[in-house]
Design a protein around this ligand. Structure first.
Ligand code: MG
Length: 309
């Protein structure tokens, strides 16, 4: 019988998805589950971090708390949602210092305050591996919802911010704050959703290449990415820039824009970059100096041996 290490995170998710309620969770495969709520969709998402997988040596509890809240809010942002609140379930080793827990909660609170997501409740239990499981709830007007599907050939591919934040931390392990103080693009997600110009959207949690492949599958289209225009954080060398295309931990929004509305969106919204276009071929390619080659899905996958990146 195969073990989880053999089959990987995405295969595990697809086995579990067969058990979900097809009526209650209409947007299966998107960043959040949704429920109908009058003129709105209610957005629901959960993301868990553990000492073993997400808490670098030396990380401050405030930064870990911030991260646990931020990565959940990023999924609300990916669907154009406005946060309504969060819940946290904590699994804590019995020898956890109470000051440590206070500091963790102050980081959670700081992030929730910044993004107007009140803490609504949670649970705590004893657990040998420190575990924080967040749930974020949001809402989006029905006509504004952003999904991974909906991109059409001819649409423009774009993203917020820059790539390489997660990688930069990996290369400078002394500063965990760089990795953990993720800024979920909630405000930008709402602006993109309201613009009416965006045909699909995802957050880049597991690396650009993986997210492009997920959107390609969801929208049944392909992408041509232009390598020379990819926005990168300062301080990366040529090899690191290449790696940053596959590295996780950036949490920017990756989205497609209807061409007739693109100029207006790009001139009115700072901090977004055109990085390519949508094609009718269901493939993902990257172009540099006039040559185009396949961009493989090499992003992070849990349960893999060190992920795949
Ligand atoms: Mg996501």
């Amino acid at each position: 019988m195969p073990e989880l290490l053999d089959i990987g995170e995405r295969a595990i998710i697809s086995r579990l998805m067969g058990r979900l309620d097809p009526d209650g969770i209409r947007m299966l495969g998107d960043d959040c589950a949704i429920l109908e709520m009058g003129d709105y969709y209610l957005l629901l998402t959960t993301d868990m971090i553990t000492r073993a997988t997400h808490m670098p040596e030396g990380a401050k509890p405030q930064d870990i708390g911030w991260y646990a809240a931020a990565i959940n809010l990023s999924d609300i942002a990916a669907m154009g949602g406005e946060p309504l609140g969060m819940l946290f379930a904590l699994g804590l080793p019995i020898d956890t210092a109470s000051e440590w827990l206070d500091a963790l909660y102050s980081g959670i609170q700081e992030c929730c305050d910044q993004y107007n997501a009140p803490i609504l409740g949670g649970d705590t239990k004893e657990n040998s591996n420190l575990t924080i499981s967040g749930v974020a709830v949001g809402r989006v007007p029905k006509g504004h919802i952003l999904r991974r599907s909906g991109a059409k050939p001819g649409d423009i591919l774009a993203m917020t911010g820059s790539l390489g934040r997660g990688l930069l931390w990996e290369r400078n392990k002394s500063d965990a704050e760089k990795l953990l103080r993720v800024e979920p693009r909630v405000e930008q997600g709402i602006t993109l959703a309201r613009s009416g110009a965006v045909s699909s959207c995802i957050d880049i949690s597991d690396g650009l290449s993986t997210c492009l492949h997920l959107m390609s599958k969801a929208s049944q289209i392909g992408f041509e990415v232009e390598e020379s225009v990819l926005p990168m954080v300062p301080g990366l060398d040529a090899e690191e820039k290449e790696l940053a295309i596959h590295w996780g931990g950036d949490f920017e929004l990756l989205f497609t824009v209807r061409p007739e509305m693109a100029d207006k969106l790009f001139s009115s919204m700072p901090g977004i970059t055109r990085i390519g276009r949508v094609t009718s071929d269901i493939s993902v390619t990257i172009e540099n100096n006039g040559t185009s080659q396949p961009l493989e899905d090499l992003g992070y996958e849990h349960f893999g041996e060190e992920g795949k990146a």
